[in-house]
Ligand binder design. Structure first.
Ligand SMILES: Cc1cc2nc3c(=O)[nH]c(=O)nc-3n(C[C@H](O)[C@H](O)[C@H](O)COP(=O)(O)OP(=O)(O)OC[C@H]3O[C@@H](n4cnc5c(N)ncnc54)[C@H](O)[C@@H]3O)c2cc1C
Length: 424
């Protein structure tokens, strides 16, 4: 049962009931923090997995393979059973941190104001929409992203199109083929602007099996159709244009953190991730506000986000007991050539936080990952990776540095990489 609205207080207020927010909340309760509240704008908790009607979820968390909705329900059950207060249908619209942390939420039950000792932003990611991809043309119905497709297909039982064009070849693009199949839609093609799939090439057996052509080095330049999508114009690798008939366009992947709130609060935002800058304890530039999950790194799996949320719950419990090192005096970590982002972006001396830096390559790379401080190499390890693959480097390698560190790729080349990063 939800407590009445109005002005409330909490030890920790978590924004977003996805895997990261719920695991942080559950861990905080396990560690004895008395009042943990999770605020979620959707009418159901569980985050993105609520509408991923496919396995595999839950292996790491529950020890067996589940569909997204079953996994989401389990996460919510576990949080509520541990004593977490869950406020659904409640959107956080502002965080005032001038003095106390005061979080304001809007809901159809009226406004809710929560004064909290600590806040966690765990608002996840979203896919880049058409407008941000600068695709020209008319504005007909039937142009959506995978999140909306999953929501239509699995939650609302709606069929947005029958013959869409799929833009992108990330993991989520391949999984959208299964969602299309479930609603009886057959994509006319998948297109990818690079000359190779973003997902591991082995996953491309699925479009082949389903008889869906995949076109590399191809760009979507125009969408045609007055009320519904009727056709698209593609720019082909040889520079020619080609029209293909279709009744929808599905933009997949190209994830961006859901960071509007973090921006509006005035937190430092990292240009590489698009999410808040954190230190190894997940503290943002306002050290009473933490962040966890995919808002930090587009994009990771549910299992990864869940595990990270659990660690962040532990850091906050330590912080409430004044057991974290001071947040100032940090060294900065910056991406160098060939690297798109590095998380965390700050390391403070002392204390054990996240064990690894997470990095992403800007493109397919092969060479060495090199960390430099004061013109000296402080760490070097072989690296072979593709875009969107997780690269990990142990934070312990950087703890003794006393000036800012730049991490880049040496001997970088764009290659047709087929293997995992050797740093993983
Ligand atoms: C379309 C799509 C498909 C995906 N498919 C998979 C998949 O098949 N497998 C996989 O492992 N990963 C998948 N992912 C990655 C997914 O991000 C992670 O699985 C996981 O959900 C990340 O957890 P999270 O807690 O960081 O964020 P989320 O699960 O995104 O949860 C964030 C929550 O914050 C809420 N929220 C946001 N802003 C506010 C606000 N202002 N006030 C209140 N609540 C707010 C949102 O409603 C949401 O419930 C997918 C992602 C997308 C976008």
């Amino acid at each position: 049962m939800s407590a009445p609205f109005g002005v409330r207080s909490a030890d920790v207020l978590i924004i977003g009931a996805g895997p990261a927010g719920l695991s942080a909340a559950t861990q905080l309760r396990k560690l004895g923090v008395a009042h943990v509240m999770v605020v979620e704008r959707e009418p159901m908790g569980g985050g993105i997995p609520r509408h991923c009607g496919h396995p595999p979820f839950g292996i790491r968390e529950f020890g067996w393979v589940m569909t997204g909705p079953a996994y989401a329900r389990r996460l919510v059950d576990r949080a509520v059973k541990s004593g977490v207060e869950l406020q659904l249908g409640c959107t956080v619209v502002s965080i005032d941190h001038a003095d106390d942390l005061v979080v304001t939420c809007a809901s159809n039950r009226g406004p809710l104001t929560v004064v909290a000792k600590r806040v966690v932003i765990a608002t996840g990611v979203r896919e880049r929409p058409r407008s941000a991809r600068l695709v020209s043309g008319e504005r007909p119905i039937g142009v959506i992203n995978t999140g909306a497709l999953q929501e239509y297909a699995y939650l609302q039982k709606l069929i947005p199109f029958r013959r869409p064009l799929i833009v992108g070849t990330e993991l989520v693009s391949v999984s959208s083929l299964l969602t299309c199949r479930n609603i009886g839609a057959k994509p006319v093609a998948m297109i990818e602007s690079r000359n190779q799939p973003t997902v591991r090439p082995i996953s491309m057996w699925l479009p082949r099996l389903l008889g869906i052509p995949v076109r590399y080095g191809t760009h979507l330049v125009d969408i045609k159709g007055r009320s519904r999508v009727e056709a698209v114009t593609l720019l082909c690798p040889d520079g020619t244009h080609e029209d293909i008939a279709c009744d929808g366009v599905l933009f997949t992947g190209s994830f961006k953190p859901e960071a509007s709130l973090a921006r509006s609060v005035g937190l430092d935002i990292d240009a590489g991730t698009g999410g808040p800058v954190i230190d190894q304890f997940a503290r943002t530039s306002e050290p009473r506000i933490f962040a966890a999950g995919n808002i930090l790194h587009p994009v990771e799996t549910a299992g990864w986000s869940w595990r990270e949320g659990r660690r962040v719950g532990g850091f906050i419990a330590d912080d409430l007991n004044a057991r974290l090192p001071a947040a100032d005096q940090a060294i900065r970590l910056k991406p160098g050539p060939g690297i798109r982002y590095v998380v965390p972006q700050r390391i403070v001396p002392g204390g054990e936080g996240l064990s690894h830096l997470q990095l992403r390559a800007a493109d397919s790379v092969s060479g060495s990952l090199v960390a430099m401080a004061d013109g000296q190499i402080i760490c070097k390890q072989p690296l072979t990776s593709s875009p969107e693959r997780r690269i990990l480097a142990p934070i312990s390698a950087f703890e003794n540095a006393n000036s800012d560190i730049t991490i880049g790729v040496e001997g970088m080349q764009a290659t047709d990489i087929r293997s995992r990063s050797t740093c993983e």
